[in-house]
Design a binder for this molecule. Structure first.
Ligand SMILES: [Mn+2]
Length: 323
Protein backbone atom coordinates (compact mmCIF):
# COMPACT_ATOMS: atom_id res chain seq x y z
CA UNK A 1 0.00 0.00 0.00
CA UNK A 2 1.34 3.42 -0.88
CA UNK A 3 2.13 5.95 1.80
CA UNK A 4 -0.02 9.04 1.63
CA UNK A 5 2.44 11.81 1.03
CA UNK A 6 4.04 12.03 4.46
CA UNK A 7 7.48 10.50 4.68
CA UNK A 8 7.32 8.64 7.98
CA UNK A 9 8.56 5.28 6.81
CA UNK A 10 6.14 2.38 6.84
CA UNK A 11 2.47 3.11 6.35
CA UNK A 12 0.62 2.53 9.66
CA UNK A 13 -2.51 1.45 7.77
CA UNK A 14 -0.59 -1.53 6.45
CA UNK A 15 -0.03 -3.00 9.89
CA UNK A 16 -2.65 -5.19 11.64
CA UNK A 17 -5.10 -2.93 13.39
CA UNK A 18 -4.36 -4.23 16.88
CA UNK A 19 -0.66 -3.48 16.60
CA UNK A 20 1.58 -0.45 16.91
CA UNK A 21 1.01 2.74 18.90
CA UNK A 22 -2.59 3.95 18.65
CA UNK A 23 -2.79 7.22 16.72
CA UNK A 24 -6.07 8.69 15.46
CA UNK A 25 -7.21 6.43 12.55
CA UNK A 26 -3.70 4.90 12.59
CA UNK A 27 -2.49 7.98 10.76
CA UNK A 28 1.18 8.90 11.00
CA UNK A 29 2.23 10.92 14.06
CA UNK A 30 3.58 14.23 12.75
CA UNK A 31 3.94 16.65 15.67
CA UNK A 32 5.91 19.20 13.63
CA UNK A 33 3.00 19.52 11.13
CA UNK A 34 5.38 19.14 8.20
CA UNK A 35 3.38 18.40 5.05
CA UNK A 36 0.10 17.91 6.92
CA UNK A 37 -3.22 18.89 5.29
CA UNK A 38 -5.60 17.71 8.01
CA UNK A 39 -4.28 17.73 11.58
CA UNK A 40 -6.06 15.51 14.08
CA UNK A 41 -5.23 16.37 17.67
CA UNK A 42 -6.32 15.58 21.19
CA UNK A 43 -7.34 18.06 23.85
CA UNK A 44 -7.18 16.12 27.13
CA UNK A 45 -8.91 18.72 29.27
CA UNK A 46 -12.09 18.55 31.35
CA UNK A 47 -11.55 21.43 33.74
CA UNK A 48 -14.66 23.02 32.25
CA UNK A 49 -17.21 20.38 33.29
CA UNK A 50 -20.02 21.47 35.58
CA UNK A 51 -20.88 17.94 36.72
CA UNK A 52 -19.25 14.58 35.98
CA UNK A 53 -15.57 14.77 34.96
CA UNK A 54 -13.71 12.30 32.74
CA UNK A 55 -13.51 13.77 29.23
CA UNK A 56 -9.80 14.48 29.75
CA UNK A 57 -9.36 10.75 29.07
CA UNK A 58 -11.27 11.04 25.77
CA UNK A 59 -8.43 11.51 23.28
CA UNK A 60 -6.51 8.43 24.43
CA UNK A 61 -9.58 6.16 24.26
CA UNK A 62 -10.77 7.62 20.96
CA UNK A 63 -7.30 6.93 19.55
CA UNK A 64 -7.55 3.34 20.80
CA UNK A 65 -11.03 2.73 19.36
CA UNK A 66 -10.16 4.58 16.14
CA UNK A 67 -7.89 1.67 15.26
CA UNK A 68 -11.15 0.01 14.19
CA UNK A 69 -11.67 2.62 11.46
CA UNK A 70 -10.75 1.79 7.88
CA UNK A 71 -10.04 4.02 4.91
CA UNK A 72 -12.87 3.97 2.33
CA UNK A 73 -16.26 5.36 3.37
CA UNK A 74 -18.79 2.77 2.22
CA UNK A 75 -21.57 5.34 1.84
CA UNK A 76 -19.75 8.11 -0.01
CA UNK A 77 -16.82 6.27 -1.57
CA UNK A 78 -14.45 8.85 -0.11
CA UNK A 79 -11.00 7.77 1.05
CA UNK A 80 -9.82 10.75 3.09
CA UNK A 81 -6.25 9.41 3.09
CA UNK A 82 -6.20 9.60 -0.70
CA UNK A 83 -7.69 13.10 -0.75
CA UNK A 84 -5.39 14.69 1.83
CA UNK A 85 -2.27 14.16 3.89
CA UNK A 86 -3.84 13.23 7.22
CA UNK A 87 -1.85 13.06 10.46
CA UNK A 88 -2.16 12.79 14.22
CA UNK A 89 -0.25 15.81 15.47
CA UNK A 90 -0.46 14.92 19.15
CA UNK A 91 -2.13 16.48 22.18
CA UNK A 92 -2.35 20.02 23.46
CA UNK A 93 0.05 20.35 26.37
CA UNK A 94 -1.08 22.40 29.32
CA UNK A 95 1.13 24.77 31.21
CA UNK A 96 -1.33 25.03 34.13
CA UNK A 97 -3.94 22.27 34.32
CA UNK A 98 -5.92 23.87 37.15
CA UNK A 99 -6.35 27.25 35.49
CA UNK A 100 -9.09 27.45 32.87
CA UNK A 101 -7.96 30.78 31.41
CA UNK A 102 -4.41 29.46 30.99
CA UNK A 103 -5.72 26.20 29.48
CA UNK A 104 -7.81 28.22 27.04
CA UNK A 105 -4.66 30.08 25.97
CA UNK A 106 -2.75 26.79 25.55
CA UNK A 107 -5.48 25.29 23.34
CA UNK A 108 -5.67 28.45 21.24
CA UNK A 109 -1.89 28.50 20.74
CA UNK A 110 -1.86 24.83 19.67
CA UNK A 111 -4.75 25.33 17.25
CA UNK A 112 -3.22 28.54 15.91
CA UNK A 113 -0.03 26.69 15.01
CA UNK A 114 -2.15 24.23 12.99
CA UNK A 115 -4.13 26.95 11.24
CA UNK A 116 -1.02 28.99 10.44
CA UNK A 117 0.65 25.92 8.95
CA UNK A 118 -2.22 25.76 6.46
CA UNK A 119 -3.64 22.53 7.89
CA UNK A 120 -7.28 21.95 8.77
CA UNK A 121 -7.87 21.17 12.48
CA UNK A 122 -9.89 18.16 13.64
CA UNK A 123 -9.97 17.85 17.43
CA UNK A 124 -10.95 15.17 19.91
CA UNK A 125 -11.96 16.48 23.32
CA UNK A 126 -11.99 17.02 26.11
CA UNK A 127 -15.06 18.78 27.34
CA UNK A 128 -16.88 21.29 25.15
CA UNK A 129 -15.02 24.27 26.59
CA UNK A 130 -12.19 23.38 24.18
CA UNK A 131 -14.08 24.62 21.11
CA UNK A 132 -14.01 28.30 22.11
CA UNK A 133 -10.20 28.58 22.02
CA UNK A 134 -10.12 26.67 18.71
CA UNK A 135 -12.48 29.34 17.36
CA UNK A 136 -10.12 32.03 18.64
CA UNK A 137 -7.45 30.46 16.41
CA UNK A 138 -9.74 30.04 13.40
CA UNK A 139 -11.78 33.24 13.36
CA UNK A 140 -11.96 36.87 14.35
CA UNK A 141 -14.54 39.66 14.38
CA UNK A 142 -13.39 40.63 10.88
CA UNK A 143 -14.14 37.10 9.64
CA UNK A 144 -16.68 35.30 11.84
CA UNK A 145 -17.44 31.68 10.95
CA UNK A 146 -20.60 29.59 10.74
CA UNK A 147 -21.23 26.47 12.77
CA UNK A 148 -23.16 23.21 12.67
CA UNK A 149 -23.40 22.19 16.32
CA UNK A 150 -24.90 18.87 17.36
CA UNK A 151 -25.54 18.63 21.09
CA UNK A 152 -28.21 18.19 23.76
CA UNK A 153 -27.28 21.62 25.11
CA UNK A 154 -26.85 25.02 23.49
CA UNK A 155 -23.65 25.70 25.48
CA UNK A 156 -24.48 29.39 25.51
CA UNK A 157 -24.75 29.86 29.26
CA UNK A 158 -23.09 32.59 31.29
CA UNK A 159 -20.45 32.10 34.00
CA UNK A 160 -20.79 29.08 36.31
CA UNK A 161 -19.84 29.87 39.90
CA UNK A 162 -17.66 32.71 38.72
CA UNK A 163 -15.89 30.76 35.90
CA UNK A 164 -16.62 31.87 32.35
CA UNK A 165 -14.51 29.19 30.61
CA UNK A 166 -16.73 26.14 31.15
CA UNK A 167 -18.31 23.52 28.91
CA UNK A 168 -21.73 25.16 28.96
CA UNK A 169 -20.40 28.46 27.63
CA UNK A 170 -18.19 28.16 24.52
CA UNK A 171 -20.69 29.49 22.00
CA UNK A 172 -21.80 32.41 24.16
CA UNK A 173 -18.13 33.43 24.50
CA UNK A 174 -17.61 32.94 20.75
CA UNK A 175 -20.67 35.03 19.90
CA UNK A 176 -19.70 37.78 22.34
CA UNK A 177 -16.21 37.91 20.80
CA UNK A 178 -17.62 38.02 17.26
CA UNK A 179 -15.87 34.76 16.33
CA UNK A 180 -19.08 33.17 15.04
CA UNK A 181 -21.87 34.74 13.01
CA UNK A 182 -25.00 33.69 14.96
CA UNK A 183 -27.09 33.98 11.78
CA UNK A 184 -24.92 31.22 10.29
CA UNK A 185 -25.08 28.92 13.31
CA UNK A 186 -27.42 26.01 13.92
CA UNK A 187 -27.70 23.90 17.07
CA UNK A 188 -29.30 20.48 16.50
CA UNK A 189 -30.65 17.98 19.03
CA UNK A 190 -31.25 20.37 21.94
CA UNK A 191 -33.21 18.87 24.83
CA UNK A 192 -33.34 18.20 28.54
CA UNK A 193 -34.90 20.23 31.31
CA UNK A 194 -32.96 23.19 32.68
CA UNK A 195 -33.24 25.04 35.97
CA UNK A 196 -33.33 28.32 34.10
CA UNK A 197 -33.49 29.11 30.40
CA UNK A 198 -30.63 31.57 30.08
CA UNK A 199 -28.71 29.58 27.45
CA UNK A 200 -31.71 28.82 25.23
CA UNK A 201 -32.64 32.52 25.40
CA UNK A 202 -29.12 33.67 24.55
CA UNK A 203 -28.98 31.40 21.48
CA UNK A 204 -32.36 32.49 20.19
CA UNK A 205 -31.98 36.21 20.93
CA UNK A 206 -28.50 36.29 19.35
CA UNK A 207 -29.96 34.86 16.15
CA UNK A 208 -28.76 31.24 16.22
CA UNK A 209 -31.07 28.59 14.76
CA UNK A 210 -31.98 26.31 17.66
CA UNK A 211 -33.42 22.95 16.58
CA UNK A 212 -34.83 21.07 19.53
CA UNK A 213 -34.95 17.28 19.26
CA UNK A 214 -38.72 17.33 18.67
CA UNK A 215 -38.25 19.43 15.54
CA UNK A 216 -35.38 17.18 14.41
CA UNK A 217 -37.69 14.18 14.73
CA UNK A 218 -40.47 15.96 12.83
CA UNK A 219 -38.19 17.08 9.97
CA UNK A 220 -36.20 13.88 9.76
CA UNK A 221 -32.52 13.74 8.84
CA UNK A 222 -32.96 15.12 5.30
CA UNK A 223 -35.13 18.02 6.44
CA UNK A 224 -32.84 18.90 9.31
CA UNK A 225 -29.80 18.76 7.03
CA UNK A 226 -31.48 20.99 4.45
CA UNK A 227 -32.22 23.55 7.15
CA UNK A 228 -28.61 23.38 8.40
CA UNK A 229 -27.29 23.92 4.88
CA UNK A 230 -29.67 26.87 4.39
CA UNK A 231 -28.38 28.44 7.62
CA UNK A 232 -24.63 28.03 7.05
CA UNK A 233 -24.70 28.70 3.29
CA UNK A 234 -21.39 28.61 1.45
CA UNK A 235 -19.32 30.56 3.98
CA UNK A 236 -16.63 29.01 6.18
CA UNK A 237 -18.23 26.55 8.58
CA UNK A 238 -17.10 24.43 11.53
CA UNK A 239 -18.75 21.19 12.74
CA UNK A 240 -18.80 20.65 16.50
CA UNK A 241 -20.24 17.30 17.62
CA UNK A 242 -20.92 16.75 21.32
CA UNK A 243 -21.59 13.03 21.86
CA UNK A 244 -24.30 13.93 24.37
CA UNK A 245 -26.34 15.01 21.34
CA UNK A 246 -26.73 11.27 20.81
CA UNK A 247 -29.06 9.20 22.95
CA UNK A 248 -27.18 7.77 25.95
CA UNK A 249 -28.18 4.33 24.67
CA UNK A 250 -25.50 4.92 22.02
CA UNK A 251 -23.15 7.15 23.98
CA UNK A 252 -23.48 6.57 27.71
CA UNK A 253 -19.90 7.57 28.42
CA UNK A 254 -20.35 11.29 28.71
CA UNK A 255 -20.57 13.82 31.50
CA UNK A 256 -24.06 15.21 30.93
CA UNK A 257 -26.25 12.53 29.30
CA UNK A 258 -29.80 13.43 28.21
CA UNK A 259 -32.18 10.68 27.14
CA UNK A 260 -34.29 10.91 23.99
CA UNK A 261 -31.47 11.88 21.65
CA UNK A 262 -30.20 11.27 18.13
CA UNK A 263 -29.32 7.74 17.05
CA UNK A 264 -25.89 6.87 15.69
CA UNK A 265 -27.43 5.97 12.31
CA UNK A 266 -29.17 9.34 12.13
CA UNK A 267 -25.93 11.06 13.09
CA UNK A 268 -23.94 9.39 10.31
CA UNK A 269 -26.66 10.14 7.75
CA UNK A 270 -26.85 13.74 8.92
CA UNK A 271 -23.09 14.28 8.65
CA UNK A 272 -23.01 12.79 5.14
CA UNK A 273 -25.48 15.47 4.05
CA UNK A 274 -22.79 18.07 4.71
CA UNK A 275 -20.48 17.02 1.85
CA UNK A 276 -19.02 19.90 -0.15
CA UNK A 277 -19.84 22.61 2.34
CA UNK A 278 -17.04 25.10 2.97
CA UNK A 279 -15.73 23.28 6.04
CA UNK A 280 -12.73 24.66 7.92
CA UNK A 281 -12.52 22.34 10.92
CA UNK A 282 -14.35 20.16 13.36
CA UNK A 283 -14.35 18.40 16.66
CA UNK A 284 -15.90 15.55 18.64
CA UNK A 285 -16.15 16.28 22.35
CA UNK A 286 -17.37 14.99 25.70
CA UNK A 287 -16.39 11.32 25.38
CA UNK A 288 -15.82 10.45 29.07
CA UNK A 289 -14.18 7.00 29.36
CA UNK A 290 -14.80 6.60 33.13
CA UNK A 291 -18.53 6.26 32.26
CA UNK A 292 -17.83 4.10 29.23
CA UNK A 293 -16.83 0.65 30.48
CA UNK A 294 -17.59 -1.08 27.14
CA UNK A 295 -15.61 1.46 25.12
CA UNK A 296 -18.61 1.99 22.86
CA UNK A 297 -18.84 5.75 23.37
CA UNK A 298 -15.19 6.08 22.36
CA UNK A 299 -15.91 3.93 19.28
CA UNK A 300 -18.85 6.18 18.45
CA UNK A 301 -16.62 9.22 18.95
CA UNK A 302 -13.95 7.76 16.66
CA UNK A 303 -16.56 6.96 14.00
CA UNK A 304 -18.00 10.49 14.09
CA UNK A 305 -14.47 11.83 13.83
CA UNK A 306 -13.83 9.62 10.78
CA UNK A 307 -17.02 10.89 9.09
CA UNK A 308 -16.00 14.51 9.77
CA UNK A 309 -12.52 13.68 8.44
CA UNK A 310 -14.11 12.48 5.18
CA UNK A 311 -16.05 15.76 4.93
CA UNK A 312 -12.99 17.89 5.62
CA UNK A 313 -10.93 15.99 3.04
CA UNK A 314 -13.54 16.56 0.33
CA UNK A 315 -14.13 20.17 1.32
CA UNK A 316 -10.41 20.85 1.17
CA UNK A 317 -10.27 19.41 -2.35
CA UNK A 318 -13.09 21.79 -3.33
CA UNK A 319 -11.23 24.87 -2.14
CA UNK A 320 -9.04 26.77 -4.60
CA UNK A 321 -5.34 26.24 -3.98
CA UNK A 322 -5.71 22.84 -2.34
CA UNK A 323 -2.87 20.67 -3.54
MN1 LIG B 1 -21.79 20.55 24.50
Amino acid sequence: MAARGIDVGDDPLYEPRYSEIATFMRAPYVPDLDGVDIAMFGVPFDGGVTNRPGARHGPREIRNQSSLMRAINHATGVNPFDEARVADVGDVRFSRVFDNAAATDDIEAFARRIVESGAVPLAAGGDHSITYPIFRALAGPEAPIGMIHIDAHTDTWGPFRGEKFHHGAPFRLAAEDGLIDPARCIQIGIRGAQNWGDGWEFSQSSGMRVMFIEEFEELGVAGAAAEAKRIVGDGPTYISFDVDGLDPVYAPGTGTPEVGGITTREALSLLRCFRHLNLIGGDVVEVAPPFDPSGNTALVGATLMYEILCLLAESRQDSPGAG
